[in-house]
Design a protein around this ligand. Structure first.
Ligand SMILES: C[S@@+](CC[C@H](N)C(=O)[O-])C[C@H]1O[C@@H](n2cnc3c(N)ncnc32)[C@H](O)[C@@H]1O
Length: 214
């Protein structure tokens, strides 16, 4: 799949070293706090025999956690080869190849090829993509029941943090950038697609929101 400059540089940034480090951390400590909050909110609603589409799934923590709770099938889409390689390796080790599909590239280009899913998740993904509206619209169209996302809060900590991170990318001449999209706009787009929010939690830097189709 051909990627835009942004996604090509995402592939560079989410490198093999980063992927191995993240996966090792996951094996030792489990999913990070925000991912655990998202998984728990989804788990509470019951997930027996459901399907998942994890956009920007990274090392695949969400699918690994939900498979423990009866998830039937997962589709993992990511613009990082390294993350997907690590994720595929673990899925094979656990004998879950038959239940998992991988698509590499920009989700917004791949969307027409992808199946709908009961649950769609975007865990720290919209903050890695310039066209948040397109990413949300296309992923919402794939959602049969529940939609979960983790994205940054807009406060002085994230504003300063994201500015430094983007400065670092500029120095490295990378086209990859991080984005603080306005939460009210994110919520409005999701609501306008016929979803209502069923849970919303925050940490210092992140918000974790789950919606269901009305
Ligand atoms: C910060 S990482 C988060 C990974 C994982 N969801 C987690 O929480 O550990 C963002 C991920 O989104 C992926 N990504 C960003 N924009 C994407 C797009 N348009 N299509 C597919 N994947 C994308 C990146 O390649 C990266 O793996």
């Amino acid at each position: 799949m051909t990627c835009c400059g942004h996604c090509r540089d995402a592939d560079d940034f989410f490198s093999e070293r980063t992927a191995r480090r993240d996966f090792k951390r996951y094996l030792h400590r489990g999913p990070d706090k925000q991912t655990s909050m998202l998984v728990e909110s989804i788990r509470k609603t019951g997930i027996k025999a459901e399907t998942l589409l994890d956009v920007g799934g990274g090392i695949g923590a969400i699918q690994l956690e939900l498979f423990k709770n009866g998830l039937m099938k997962s589709v993992n889409v990511d613009a990082s080869n390294a993350y997907q390689a690590v994720s595929k390796e673990e899925i094979s080790k656990r004998g879950l190849d038959g239940k998992t599909e991988y698509y590499f590239g920009d989700f917004t280009s791949l969307a027409p090829l992808l199946p709908e899913a009961d649950i769609v998740t975007l865990d720290k993904v919209i903050c890695c993509y310039p066209d948040m509206k397109k990413l949300l619209q296309l992923s919402l169209q794939k959602t049969v029941k529940r939609y979960g996302l983790v994205y940054p809060r807009v406060n002085r900590f994230t504003k300063i943090g994201f500015w430094f991170v983007n400065f670092w990318f500029r120095i490295r001449r990378s086209e990859f950038r991080t984005y603080l999209h306005p939460p009210s706009l994110v919520n409005e787009i999701i609501s306008n697609h016929g979803f209502r929010q069923t849970s919303h939690q925050t940490t210092l830097l992140w918000q974790v929101a789950v919606y269901e189709r009305m």
